[in-house]
Design a protein around this ligand. Structure first.
Ligand code: HEM
Length: 443
C-alpha cells in the first residue's frame, strides 16, 4: 500500500469574482478568479458589470455545451477579443463549415500514421534532453526550462520537418507580450468598455512580428516545393475547400501554424514538468515507469496512467470559455444570449462529487480499459472542438517521461514547493526544481 501523496495545489478565490478582482487576477493567476465552492457546486452563476457568467462543473451540462449544442456555444467573446488579431483566421476561433475543412486538412499531420514516422525523432530528442540534463550545472534543475525546449523542437518538426527554423524566444516573447497587453483590454470590453478604447492596448507590433516569421516560412516552402514526407505545412498548402475548390488562404495557413505552435508545445512541456514533479514524490512510481521504458507508447500502460493523473491534477488548459449565441435552458440552468460560460477543468478534475481523494496523486485511479473516458475528465476538452493534438501529445509525453526516468532518479529539490498558477497554461510560478541522479550512479 502506497503512502498517500498530496502534491501542490493552487489557491482558489475566497468569494465570487468582481470586476476588479478579475482585472487584477487574470494576468497573475486565473485560478484565483474561481471561488472555492467550484469544487463542491454543480454550477455557479453571477454578474460582473454588464456581463452574466456561469461556471459549469456538472458533466451533463458540459456535455450539452460542448457536444450536443455546440452550435449555440462558440468560443467566448472574451477569448475571441484576445486572440482574434493573432490567430483569427485559424481553426481555433472558427466554427461550422469553415472550421471543419481546416480541421480535416490538418488532421493527417497529427494522426497515427504520422506519429509512427515521428517516433524515432521523439526518441532522439528525448535522449538529447537526457544528455543535456547529465551535463547540467549544479545539483538542481528547473525542469520546465528543459522540457519546453524539447517540445518546441518537436512541434517545429511536425509543422516544418525541421527543428531550428523558428526562434523560440522571439516567438514566445511576441505571443506573451501580445496576450498580456490584450487580456486587460478584453476584460474591459467584455464588461462594457467601447471597442475604440481598446486600441490603446492594441499590441499590434508583436502580432506583426509573429505573422512575419511564419509567412516567411510559408513563402519559402512555396518556392521550394513539398517535402518527400508531407508535414503540416504541406498538408495545409495542398488543402482545397470542399465547396469552392479554392486553396487555403495564406492568412488561414499562417494562423493555424501559429495556433499549433503555441497550443502544441507549452501544454506538453508543462505536463512533462508536472509529471516529473509528481514522480519525484514517489520512487515506486518511477520504478514502474522505468520498467516500461522500452515498450511502444501505446503499451506503456502505467506510464499513461501517470500522464492522465498529471493532466487531472494540472490540466494545462485549466479554464475554457464559451459565449451563448442564443437563450437556452439546461435543466434548472437558464442561459441568456451573450452569457459567458466558463468550463473550469481544474475544478472539475478536483470536484468532491466525482473523485475519491481528489487532491491526491493516485495514478492507479486510471487503471482499466477506458478509465479516463469519463465525463468528469476532460484535459483535452470534449466534443468536436476537443484537442486535435491529443494523440501526438500523449505519445510524445509517454516517450519523454519514460526516457528521462530510464536514465535518472528524480527527487524534489529540498525546500522547493511549486506554486501552480494559470496565466496562459497551468504552470508553476516559481518553476519546478528537481535533482536528477543518473541511474548508473545509484547502483
Ligand atoms: C498535453 C497537451 C495538450 C493539452 C492538455 C491540450 C488541451 C486542449 C484543450 C482542453 C482543447 C479544447 C479547448 C476548448 O474546448 O476550449 C484543445 C484544443 C486544441 N488543441 Fe490542444 N492540448 C494539448 C496539445 C496540443 C497539441 C500537441 C496541439 C497541436 C499540435 C494542439 C492543438 C490544439 C488545437 C488546434 C485546438 C483547437 C481545436 C478545435 O477548435 O477544433 N493541442 N487542446
Amino acid at each position: 500500500m502506497r503512502v498517500p501523496v498530496h502534491p501542490a495545489k493552487s489557491k482558489l478565490g475566497q468569494s465570487a469574482p468582481t470586476f476588479w478582482s478579475v482585472l487584477q487576477k487574470i494576468r497573475h493567476n486565473g485560478l484565483e478568479i474561481l471561488p472555492d465552492q467550484v469544487v463542491h457546486a454543480p454550477v455557479l452563476s453571477g454578474r460582473i458589470a454588464w456581463q452574466n457568467w456561469h461556471m459549469v462543473m456538472d458533466p451533463q451540462i458540459i456535455h450539452h455545451i460542448t457536444d450536443t449544442h455546440v452550435q449555440n456555444y462558440p468560443r467566448s467573446d472574451l477569448i475571441r477579443r484576445v486572440l482574434e488579431p493573432a490567430i483569427g483566421q485559424g481553426m481555433f476561433l472558427s466554427d461550422g463549415m469553415e472550421w471543419l475543412w481546416q480541421r480535416h486538412a490538418a488532421a493527417p499531420a497529427l494522426g497515427r500514421h504520422h506519429f509512427a514516422g515521428l517516433k524515432p525523432k521523439i526518441k532522439e530528442r528525448a535522449n538529447a534532453l537526457c544528455n543535456r540534463l547529465e551535463h547540467a550545472k549544479g545539483p538542481s534543475i528547473n525542469i520546465y526550462h528543459e522540457s519546453v525546449s524539447v517540445t518546441f523542437d518537436l512541434i517545429c518538426r511536425v509543422l516544418f520537418s525541421d527543428i531550428k527554423v523558428v526562434d523560440r524566444d522571439a516567438m514566445e516573447h511576441a505571443f506573451e507580450s501580445y496576450v498580456s497587453k490584450s487580456l486587460g483590454r478584453a476584460v474591459l470590453q467584455t464588461a462594457g468598455m467601447p471597442r475604440w478604447m481598446g486600441r490603446v492596448f492594441s499590441g499590434a507590433a508583436p502580432v506583426t512580428h509573429m505573422h512575419d516569421i511564419i509567412e516567411r516560412l510559408i513563402h519559402k516552402r512555396q518556392a521550394d516545393g513539398p517535402r518527400d514526407h508531407p508535414d503540416m505545412l504541406d498538408h495545409l498548402l495542398a488543402a482545397r475547400h470542399p465547396k469552392t475548390g479554392q486553396v487555403m488562404p495564406l492568412e488561414t495557413i499562417r494562423d493555424n501554424l501559429i495556433t499549433f505552435m503555441i497550443a502544441g508545445h507549452d501544454t506538453t512541456a508543462v505536463t512533462l514538468a508536472w509529471a516529473l514533479y509528481l514522480c519525484s514524490l514517489d520512487a515506486s512510481v518511477q520504478d514502474k515507469i522505468r520498467q516500461e521504458a522500452g515498450l511502444e507508447p501505446d503499451a506503456q500502460t502505467f506510464t499513461r496512467q501517470v500522464i492522465w493523473e498529471t493532466l487531472r491534477l494540472y490540466p494545462p488548459a485549466a479554464i475554457s470559455s464559451r459565449t451563448a449565441r442564443g437563450d437556452d435552458q439546461i435543466g434548472n440552468l437558464k442561459i441568456a444570449k451573450g452569457d459567458l460560460v466558463l468550463l473550469p477543468t481544474y475544478a472539475l478534475h478536483r470536484h468532491r462529487a466525482y473523485w475519491d481523494a481528489p487532491d491526491e496523486f493516485h495514478p492507479e485511479r486510471f487503471a482499466g480499459e477506458g478509465a479516463h473516458k469519463i465525463p468528469a475528465y476532460m484535459p483535452f476538452g470534449h466534443g468536436p472542438h476537443s484537442c486535435i493534438g491529443a494523440r501526438l501529445a500523449m505519445g510524445e509525453l509517454a516517450i519523454l517521461l519514460s526516457t528521462v526516468l530510464s536514465r535518472f532518479r528524480v527527487s524534489l529539490t529540498s525546500g522547493h514547493v511549486p506554486d501552480p498558477v494559470v496565466t496562459l497554461t497551468l504552470h508553476s510560478r516559481n518553476g519546478i526544481w528537481l535533482e536528477l541522479i543518473p541511474c548508473d550512479k545509484t547502483g
